[in-house]
Design a protein around this ligand. Structure first.
Ligand code: NAD
Length: 369
């Protein structure tokens, strides 16, 4: 059928020994960037996304369009509309389409911790049942041609400790993960156990990556840095949680981590989880100060005590395991990464804020302030 042909075309690598990767969540923030990077280096990519309305669907459609128009693939990267819970669809993609996927980069999930207070079942459906369905479909591929799986867990599995700072130590993979502070974290923790079971029973190659607060261009509007940028521009109040500190990790570093994990999984089964962070925790208040500088406008700050809504007070990654096994090294400081975000943000929303424009120099006459 035409469908199978389109899938095969997009899945075909254009370099010798290239990979063929099914990227779930490809219209999402991290999935979009990974799909772009894979196509740019000549790997075959097919995306899958259900385009749900958790946040602005037009942003997801724009990412899909950019992938389709990317000149890296001959005919661009195909992002199919479909759900990871659709067993027939996944079986057809992985076993019936004739596309020989070497890898699955599984990034589709219900993200965000606060939304679980409103729609808890969406987390179970996508992050638990959806993961099981995906791994079942991979296990159903004949042994010799089974794709390796790399999937997104989360730093949220580390949860909170009593003083919220992990005793000043970065989190490493051996640390406790038995006290999730949100349903989101609980489903990611469950996902890690499920992944382990599938590698144990079916011999699947499954590598988990615990991302630490990813930010950058084409980011998620529900995340704090993005919402703060919008609020600052609009002159709306910005609510800060006292003491909140995050290991903000720039998207390009996360993409490098994902590609390194895919490459490593090609050579040998790793079957474990790795921290993918920046290793430099920054108070959220300082993140806001950088945004103020880049946007050329002061935030109307309101500092409140941390509520029990699923957020954690502190994250900080120890990435020595990922450095050892994957050669992962974060390279982007927060100021440089936020500048890239703000440049994109102003362009995408056609915001003309004169002076700021990501810190570029403008003639004084054009400045609003
Ligand atoms: P995102 O919401 O932008 O991307 C996820 C995509 O998956 C969305 O486009 C969504 O439409 C799609 N999706 C959701 N449920 C689906 C389903 N059932 N079937 C098909 N598609 C579905 O989020 P993101 O920030 O790109 O996150 C990617 C992955 O990384 C997620 O697994 C997330 O939990 C994890 N993660 C992200 C961060 C971060 O800071 N962004 C941190 C830790 C972990």
């Amino acid at each position: 059928a035409a469908w199978d042909r389109a899938v095969r075309r997009s899945a075909t690598p254009r370099r010798a020994n290239g990979m063929s990767v099914l990227v779930t969540g490809a219209a999402g923030f991290v999935g979009f960037h990974c799909a772009m990077a894979l196509a740019a280096r000549g790997d075959g990519v097919v995306g899958l996304d259900n385009f749900n309305a958790y946040y602005d669907v037009s942003l997801k459609r724009s990412r899909q369009r950019l992938l389709a128009e990317s000149s890296h693939g001959h005919a661009g990267v195909l992002v199919l509309a479909g759900d990871i819970n659709d067993a027939a669809l996944l079986r057809r993609l992985l076993s019936g389409s004739g596309a020989a996927f070497t890898h699955v980069l599984h990034l589709a999930a219900q993200a965000g911790v606060r939304h679980a207070l409103r729609d808890p079942q969406s987390y179970v459906a996508s992050n638990v049942a959806g993961l099981v369905n995906l791994l079942e479909s991979v296990a159903a591929v004949s042994n010799s041609s089974r794709p390796a799986v790399v999937w997104a867990s989360s730093s949220s599995v580390y949860g909170l400790n009593d003083n919220g700072s992990n005793g000043g130590r970065p989190f490493s993979e051996e640390d406790r993960t038995d006290r999730p502070a949100s349903l989101y974290a609980a489903t990611k923790k469950a996902g890690e156990a499920i992944a382990h079971a599938y590698s144990s029973v079916h011999g699947l190659s499954v590598t988990g990556l615990r991302f630490f607060t990813v930010y950058g261009p084409w980011g998620r509007p529900d995340m704090a840095y993005f919402a703060f940028a919008r609020a600052i521009v609009a002159g709306d109040p910005v609510t800060l949680y006292a003491g909140a500190t995050r290991d903000f990790t720039f998207i390009d570093d996360v993409v490098r981590g994902c590609l390194a994990a895919l490459d490593a999984a090609k050579k040998k089964k790793l079957n474990r989880v790795y921290n993918i962070g920046n290793t430099e925790p920054v108070p959220v208040a300082r993140m806001v100060a950088v945004l103020e500088k880049l946007l050329g406008k002061k935030a109307r700050k309101r500092v409140v005590a941390m509520p029990r809504n699923g957020d954690v007070l502190f994250t900080h990654a120890n990435v020595s395991l990922a450095a050892r096994d994957l050669g992962y090294r974060p390279t982007t400081p927060l100021d440089a990464g936020l500048r890239r975000f703000v440049d994109w943000f102003l362009r995408y929303y056609k915001i003309d804020n004169g002076a700021a424009a990501g810190g570029k120099q403008q003639p004084p006459a054009k400045r609003k302030k």
